[in-house]
Design a binder for this molecule. Structure first.
Ligand SMILES: Cc1cc2nc3c(=O)[nH]c(=O)nc-3n(C[C@H](O)[C@H](O)[C@H](O)COP(=O)(O)OP(=O)(O)OC[C@H]3O[C@@H](n4cnc5c(N)ncnc54)[C@H](O)[C@@H]3O)c2cc1C
Length: 394
């Protein structure tokens, strides 16, 4: 039997960690490196929205059982255009439901970074095919060079720079402020996406009345909000929350971070692939970011499995990965950008367009299914004989 194929994964954030587990699941031996120590990797205070595409990947990797208890599902998503004072609610019926399971699948899940990363790191440590180099500068190359290098070293990727791969994109004038807040008035397990003239605003359930706010606004406004004492912050929050939401308490110091759109000009070079935010970034509207990163991993997993079983030459993986990821990445980046541009204003010419789009979405279930299907699964790969509802993201 030939020795297992070898991969080197650079960066142990949520994308690199999952990529290492996916490659090991495909039968490869993997080294995973990051200059941060495990406690630093888990220390970030943020929460992610997870869609069905992420659930499917975790299931395929045998990780869902361990991750699901760490997440809070949401069964309805209230979308509101604040300038129009109109909205609609997406329900699980608007999502293609798996035909095999008797229970209704939620629209998505919310999970905090720390417990998720702790779980991924524990699984990595236990995996016999994975070698971890965390909290140190990577030592010299392994005895045999790997057949695949996975660059998951984040938005400032040194690997991308070293390969001379440029990127397209821009920074938004908006920043994004996050905070955990106790809220009343929302249905249990309901998420909110408010499209406000100053920027999108998401309210994500964390369980027990706690919510994560993802509040986009002009940079100066975010800085001002960050500096407010808790009572004044809650007053500002109450001024923007729609009925019937009411804020009770601030659970942590709000923090803001810059947001931008960026896409690497190439997704691979030689035997190196760019995954996660080393390849792309988008606005947090619609909670697409980490799901898009993990769909990179889903494609890599499939290609790595083909290489491990001999149905694809390992040196073809990088180019095949690049070709397969473009459509989904472009779709999500364009869609999130359009949402931000069309809705972060009160432009009199756009208001009727937005009103009609909302009315159409509210009236036409097939359209709601299409929109929610793309948001939750990315761009389907159309194959003859398959209905749109049954399609997987690639
Ligand atoms: C301040 C901030 C707050 C955010 N809040 C939210 C939020 O609330 N909700 C949300 O959905 N998203 C949020 N995001 C976005 C989210 O964090 C990203 O989508 C996600 O982290 C992408 O994961 P990644 O693994 O691709 O990249 P990263 O998480 O950036 O991981 C990259 C990893 O590579 C490592 N690395 C860097 N250089 C090297 C090197 N030379 N060698 C080896 N390793 C290296 C880094 O140490 C890091 O661990 C936030 C982003 C920021 C910056």
């Amino acid at each position: 039997m030939p020795p297992p194929l070898q991969a080197r994964v650079i960066g142990a954030g949520p994308t690199g960690s999952l990529a290492a587990l996916a490659l090991a699941d495909a039968g490869w031996t993997v080294s995973l490196e990051d200059p941060l120590r495990p406690d630093q990797l888990t220390a970030r205070r943020r929460a992610y929205a997870f869609t069905q595409s992420s659930r499917r990947l975790l299931e395929n990797l045998g990780l869902w059982e361990g991750v699901e208890p760490l997440l809070v599902p949401f069964h309805s998503l209230r979308l509101l255009d604040a300038a129009l004072q109109r909205g609609l609610t997406f329900l699980p019926d608007d999502l293609p439901q798996p035909s095999t399971s008797g229970s209704v699948a939620p629209i998505g899940w919310i999970g905090r970074h720390a417990p998720l990363m702790e779980h991924l790191l524990e699984t990595l440590v236990r995996h016999p095919a994975i070698t971890l180099q965390l909290g140190e500068t990577a030592s010299s190359a392994a005895s045999t060079p790997p057949q695949l290098v996975v660059a998951a070293d984040g938005p400032a990727s040194a690997t991308r720079t070293a390969l001379g791969i440029g990127s397209w994109g821009w920074d938004y004038r908006q920043q994004c402020l996050t905070a955990e807040v106790e809220l009343r008035g929302s249905e249990p397990n309901q998420a909110w996406e408010l499209l406000r003239p100053e920027g999108p605003f998401a309210v994500l359930p964390l369980g027990n009345g706690l919510t994560q706010l993802v509040w986009s606004a002009p940079a100066s406004r975010c800085r001002q909000l960050e500096s407010l004492p808790p009572a004044a912050f809650l007053d500002s929050l109450m001024a923007v929350l729609p009925d019937p939401l009411e804020a009770d308490a601030l659970r942590e110091q709000p923090r803001s971070f810059p947001v931008g759109l960026r896409l690497a000009r190439r997704l691979s070079s030689g035997k190196t692939v760019l995954v996660g935010e080393s390849a792309h970034r988008c606005h947090p509207v619609g909670g697409q970011g980490l799901n898009l990163c993990w769909r990179d991993v889903a494609v890599l997993h499939r290609l790595a499995s083909m290489a491990a079983t001999g149905s694809m030459a390992p040196h073809r993986i990088a180019a095949a990965y690049g070709r397969r990821r473009w459509p989904d990445l472009v779709l999500v980046l364009v869609a999130t950008d359009l949402l931000v541009r069309l809705h972060s204003n009160r432009h009199p010419l756009l208001l009727p367009l937005r009103r009609s789009a909302l009315a159409l979405l509210a009236a036409a279930r097939p359209l709601r299914r299409l929109v929610l299907g793309v948001m939750t699964d990315g761009l389907p790969r159309l194959r003859p004989g398959r209905s749109l509802a049954s399609l997987a993201p690639w």
